[in-house]
Design a binder for this molecule. Structure first.
Ligand code: C2G
Length: 743
């Protein structure tokens, strides 16, 4: 047998599931799977059953930790080569096959690690998208180029025994020595046994480094196949599912130091020694200095500092001499255990770095003022800062809370709106541009903040500030900690959310369902105001008919025409960058114009994250792009039918009891790959799921029948999700938050 795959398992069964799945789907079969159970608490009998065709050999680690699990795996292995596969990672279909092709008697055969935040389906899709824009020739060129680069680099080193080291030297240059790992390599079992190479079991977090250094030091022959990809999953939820490297632990620092020391003992080779030197120096400048300056734990300035000083004294002068004079001084003062001098140098070093970052991007200078000036000034009593969808428009619940507050208690408060689109709030609230000096000023000093999404990451909640988070919809799509995958542009979403949600004093919920869901999915422990949505007050306004006529006129919609609103949501995996999502219109507007243009006007409304502009050429007189229209609640008022997909708009629109259609052409992907839903779309939403343009047309043409067919379900839906809305949510909100009334 060629390979023994050693999979240590401690926790996170769902990840193990995918790991084993990847082995099951491998195109190469000459391997055994050794699952080393490390006191796992989740029962995995069902998994063993599901993957019985892998003939998994289960062994139990009597000790504890990944090092001893891997050692147990090495001992139990029967294959000629050993491949370590962590239970939260996976391989691709051809990984093992490609690796096996390169195995011809070497001590080590290396592949490549790719990091991802995603499961395999999303990973593969993203990879495919990257290549999508290249033609076959370009793809081939790219592959050849990367192989060539490696060959070029290796050829600089003449002796065959240093080829392996050369390869790693290149690795260090390419990605920083921090990324050198035992993963993605196959090790000859005889080589490991004959040389007594094993993981040091006293190390929980850092046993990889001394192991790989020892292997590299002793290996005589090696080969590589960069196409043999090992996919390393980065954990997107370090709060509930931290990876080993994300776990906080008291002994961690000492272990790191021990692992460096041990690594030196494992080799006499000059290049490897230099690699260890770089790793230590990198750790100093990238991580240690920040802790030294900012950590509140006194150890960093005492015991840790002294211990690091000992280790830094092991670093060669040659490696140190390659750094700038400033850095050399910092290293010297650490080596001399001169804490005061080191602190002084570190302060200047970090200060310069920060200033460079700030001045590099002049647009962020206001942040300097925020931290160093505004935060130091007192809070401005009764000043309220409002922001909706990152200042994109004047809408949603902040608008209605503001209008209620301004019209009833206007003389008692000063109002500021963050708005980038030139909108002018009623009652003359002051407007500031988001990410300006004025914005930073009010963010630091306003007594009240009313936001419908999260504030910027650099916002620091102050004592004396009240933060009202209105949120922006009843959840249909799974949110934050209920989301298994984060496929959106910002993979650190969960981590950031966890930190930010602690700043909220109040969170608004539109119905009991949201109240329960928000508490769980946001891991929110503060006060939830289950009072209905202020943004829906307008849907119950006594003069809503007159308002609708005004809005129709404003949009030049003939009063005798009926209106359809098409308001789809965004797709997590379709983006140009953070907050800039793509959208391709799948609704056949030309066909609809032809068929129903006499009777209807179509309003096209993309989500505020979408940066693609809709093209309405040829649709004049029928389709109007209302994506820039401030307030979607006003559009609901004038719409006879709403078409959406997975957007929360239907929860609000249902307050009007008018027909809703769901154009869900990509529901399988959305449900299984991107988000998943809280409610069953096939049986609980108040309208039909439609998959083609023909079905959409048919439903519009037979809208009375649709209404009838769904009337019972609609009523149930209304009772469940619209039960709190009655036109007075803003009032209830203001009374609780601003007037401090409790019921
Ligand atoms: N919206 C809009 N136009 C669209 C889609 C949405 O104006 N085409 C507005 C609506 O007010 C909607 C809100 O943005 O309720 C949130 O949009 P969703 O499509 O539901 O998506 P998202 O921003 O991801 O919020 O709990 C709700 C979730 O947070 C979803």
């Amino acid at each position: 047998m060629l390979l023994s795959i050693v999979v240590p398992f401690y926790k996170y069964k769902n990840y193990l599931n995918e790991c084993l799945d990847s082995l099951l789907n491998s195109s190469f079969h000459d391997f055994e799977t050794i699952l080393v159970l490390d006191h796992n608490e989740e029962n995995i009998d069902d998994l063993l059953q599901t993957y019985s065709s892998l003939n998994i050999r289960v062994i139990h680690n009597e000790k504890h930790g990944v090092a001893s699990s891997r050692n147990a795996g090495i001992k139990a292995a029967k294959g000629n080569y050993i491949y370590f596969l962590d239970s939260d990672d996976y391989v691709l279909k051809d990984t093992l096959y490609l690796l096996s092709k390169c195995i011809t008697n070497q001590d080590i055969v290396y592949g490549q690690v790719n990091n991802t935040w995603n499961n395999m389906a999303n990973y593969l899709e993203k990879q495919a998208k990257k290549l999508e824009n290249l033609d076959d020739e370009e793809v081939e060129m790219k592959e050849m180029e990367s192989q060539q680069k490696i060959q070029d680099f290796i050829s600089q080193y003449n002796q065959p025994e240093s080829t392996l080291l050369a390869y790693y030297h290149m690795f260090k240059k390419k990605r920083g020595s921090n990324n050198i790992t035992v993963l993605s390599h196959a090790y000859s079992r005889t080589f490991l046994l004959e040389n007594n190479i094993e993981f040091n079991e006293s190390l929980t977090y850092y046993s990889d480094f001394p192991f790989i250094i020892e292997c590299l030091s002793k290996a005589k022959t090696f080969n590589g196949c960069l196409d043999a990809i090992y996919v390393k999953r980065r954990h997107n939820d370090p709060i509930n599912y931290p990876a080993l490297r994300q776990e906080e632990n008291e002994g961690r620092f000492y272990e790191r130091m021990n692992s460096y020391e041990l690594s030196y003992k494992k080799t006499n080779n000059e290049i490897l020694t230099e690699m260890i030197d770089y790793k230590i120096i990198n750790y100093y400048f990238r991580h240690f200095v920040k802790r030294l300056r900012r950590s509140e734990k006194p150890e960093w300035k005492n015991e840790y500092f002294n211990r690091f000083s000992e280790v830094m004294n092991l670093v060669s002068d040659k490696a140190i001499s390659k750094y700038s004079k400033e850095k050399q001084k910092m290293i010297a003062s650490l080596k001399n255990k001169d804490l005061n001098k080191t602190l002084k140098l570190v302060r200047t070093f970090l200060g310069k770095k920060k200033l460079k970052n700030m001045t590099h991007n002049k647009n962020t200078m206001f942040k300097l003022a925020y931290y160093h000036v505004y935060l130091k000034k007192p809070i401005l009593k009764n000043v309220v800062l409002f922001e909706t969808f990152n200042a994109k428009n004047y809408s949603d619940s902040p608008k209605y809370i503001y209008e209620y507050l301004a019209s009833h208690y206007g003389d008692q408060y000063e109002f500021v709106w963050a708005l980038n689109n030139g909108a002018k709030p009623k009652y003359g609230g002051k407007v500031v541009k988001r990410f300006s000096f004025e914005y930073a000023y009010y963010l630091a000093r306003a007594q009240y903040l009313v936001f419908n999404v999260r504030p910027p990451l650099w916002y620091r909640k102050r004592e004396g500030q009240t933060f009202l988070e209105t949120w922006h919809g009843t959840p249909l799509k799974r949110l934050v900690f209920d989301q298994e995958e984060v496929t959106a542009a910002s993979p650190k979403y969960k981590q950031q959310f966890y930190k930010q949600r602690k700043d909220w004093d109040y969170l608004i919920s539109a119905n009991d369902f949201s109240t329960e869901t928000f508490a769980r999915c946001f891991m929110y422990e503060g006060e939830i105001l289950d009072i209905g949505y202020p943004r829906n007050d307008i849907l119950y306004a006594p003069n809503k008919e007159e308002l609708a006529v005004e809005i129709k006129k404003k949009l030049n919609i003939p009063l005798d025409k009926k209106v359809i609103l098409y308001a789809p949501t965004w797709r997590d995996d379709e983006y140009y960058g953070k907050g800039q999502y793509k959208f391709e219109l799948q609704l056949d507007c030309k066909m609809l114009k032809e068929k129903i243009g006499n009777e209807y006007v179509l309003l096209l409304r993309t989500h505020q994250y979408i940066s693609d502009r809709l093209d309405t050429t040829g649709l004049e007189g029928f389709a109007i792009n209302v994506s820039q229209y401030d307030d979607i609640s006003e559009l609901y008022l004038i719409s006879d039918i709403c078409i959406t997909d997975y957007s929360s708009v239907f929860f609000d629109f249902a307050n009007l009891k008018r027909p809703i259609l769901f154009y869900t052409y990509d529901i399988e992907k959305y449900k299984n790959q991107l988000r998943g839903f809280y409610i069953d779309m096939t049986s609980e939403v108040p309208g039909p799921l439609l998959y083609t343009n023909e079905e959409v047309l048919y439903a519009i043409e037979h809208i009375d029948e649709v209404e009838q067919q769904y009337s019972e379900r609609y009523q149930q839906f209304y009772d469940r999700f619209c039960h709190l809305d009655d036109g007075n949510a803003s009032k209830r909100c203001v009374e609780r938050v601003f007037l401090n009334k409790k019921d």
